[in-house]
Design a protein around this ligand. Structure first.
Ligand code: MTE
Ligand code: CO
Length: 423
């Protein structure tokens, strides 16, 4: 052993030693089982005996047939049709921070626009020196960037404002996804058109039948917004705005206009439906807050959760979840297993990027007693995720949007999990 290590680089040697120590530390956790009686390993299975499909059987790969339950789901009673509707990301089935393209939740106001990219144009008009039109090929000649961001609908967790309602983090928190975008900084396109001094606002318009429109302040547009044409390395999916969508990092999903067709520069906000009657926050005194764009610091435990109960009984267990903030990166996540009486620092693993999902884990020994699980995120601007009670005391009972309150899951002695609220 000593001899073989001579030929390894110092870092490789370190890795080996670490690995051995790790193995020693893990010995005796009781997490594996004796091989007797485990016929699936001691007897040859069909897949071990016969060759499988050849290379061209699956020109575009799909998940294993045994993962067929991992799908987006909607809540039929929420909307009267599926054209102006929403479905939810199956957060309890995912790990890491990236959402696979086929599982990103969908929110459409007039269904999916199926756009032939050769017939798609992006127009910039209004208070500009030159009114411009870009083809897809034109857009791809600007310098590109790759950025990982979460997109959260302002209505995520909205149904939970007054109390625990939907049984599963897919439904309570699944209006979120996080992908790697490839695209062009909006700034470069606006510079090409030449924004006039009076141009302080931007109206972004979609090419779908809802012609979705939102006003965006010029400061944000010139800061970090992108016009994206790819997600996770491949062309955007039609559901996510193929061939292009606006990326508005950290801000509410409604502003991320899909099937983007036009950007108009103006001197004041347009006061469209989506920024007056919708996506404003009704307060207890009957007044509504508007322009509440940032998605505040938030987190949720994805496992265990109502759709992912504890099935292995007492002993070693891995609790996992997601945290994010529209203000920056997550600096800390605390987890409580007793409804917020005691807090333990969770372990954030994987990249910690501003305005992206963060993955956290908390490993502990479950003694089989009932649990009240909570997570509380803190971002690098110092914002702390509030309780739902704190939110309601500030905004009253009638708000819907921007619910970033702490979620509680109750676990009973059998490992069954339910959505509850502690009062
Ligand atoms: N853009 C257009 N053109 N049409 C739409 O219906 N829905 C908005 C936004 N952009 C919408 C749109 C809303 S409310 C949200 S939350 C996000 O897109 C959802 O993006 P996703 O479908 O990729 O999850
Ligand atoms: Co939305």
């Amino acid at each position: 052993m000593a001899e073989r290590q001579q030929v390894l680089s110092p870092s490789r040697r370190g890795f080996l030693t670490g690995g051995l120590m790790g193995a020693a530390a893990l010995a005796g956790t009781g997490l594996a089982r004796a091989s007797e009686g485990e016929e699936v390993i001691t007897e040859i299975q069909d897949w071990n005996r016969y060759p499988g499909d050849g290379v061209d059987a699956r020109p575009y790969g799909q998940p294993s047939q045994f993962e067929a339950h991992v799908v987006r789901k909607n809540v039929p009673w929420l909307t009267s049709d599926s054209i102006s509707s929403i479905n939810f990301t199956p957060l309890h089935e995912l790990d890491g921070i990236i959402t696979p393209n086929g599982l990103c939740f969908e929110r459409h106001h007039a269904g999916i626009a199926e756009i032939e990219p050769g017939s798609h144009r992006l127009m910039i008009n209004g208070l500009v020196d030159r009114q411009l039109v870009f083809t897809m090929a034109d857009l791809k000649r600007f310098p590109r960037e790759n950025r990982i961001f979460f997109l959260e609908c302002a209505a995520n967790s909205g149904m939970e404002w007054r109390g625990a309602q939907l049984n599963g983090c897919q439904f309570t928190h699944g209006m979120i996804h996080c992908v790697a975008y490839t695209g062009v900084r909006l700034k470069y396109l606006l510079e090409e058109a030449g924004v006039k001094t009076a141009g302080k606002w931007l109206l972004a318009e979609g090419a779908d039948a809802s012609a979705m429109t939102r006003s965006i302040p010029m400061e944000k547009a010139l800061d970090d917004c992108m016009v994206a044409f790819a997600m996770n390395g491949e062309a955007l999916r039609p559901e996510q705005g193929y061939p292009i969508r606006l990326v508005v990092p950290g801000w509410e999903g409604n502003m991320w206009i899909k099937w983007l067709r036009r950007l108009e520069v103006g001197d004041e906000p347009w006061e469209q439906r989506e920024e007056t009657s919708k996506y404003t926050d009704l307060l207890a005194n009957g007044k509504a807050r508007r322009h509440t764009w940032v998605m505040d610091v938030k987190s949720v435990i994805t496992n265990p959760s109502p759709q992912a109960p504890i099935t292995h009984g007492k002993g070693a267990m891995v609790l996992s979840g997601l945290a994010w903030s529209g203000n920056g990166a997550i600096s800390r996540v605390d987890v409580s297993i007793d409804g917020g009486r005691n807090w333990h620092a969770a372990r954030i693993d994987g990249p910690s990027l501003p305005m992206a999902l963060h993955r956290f884990y908390y490993e502990f020994d479950w003694d089989g007693s009932e649990l009240f699980l909570q997570s509380r995120a803190i971002d690098d601007r110092g914002f702390i995720q509030p309780t739902k009670e704190q939110l309601r005391s500030v905004r009253g009972p009638n708000s819907i949007y921007h619910n970033n309150g702490i979620q509680t899951w109750h676990v009973d002695g059998e490992g069954v999990v339910e959505n509850v609220e502690i009062s």
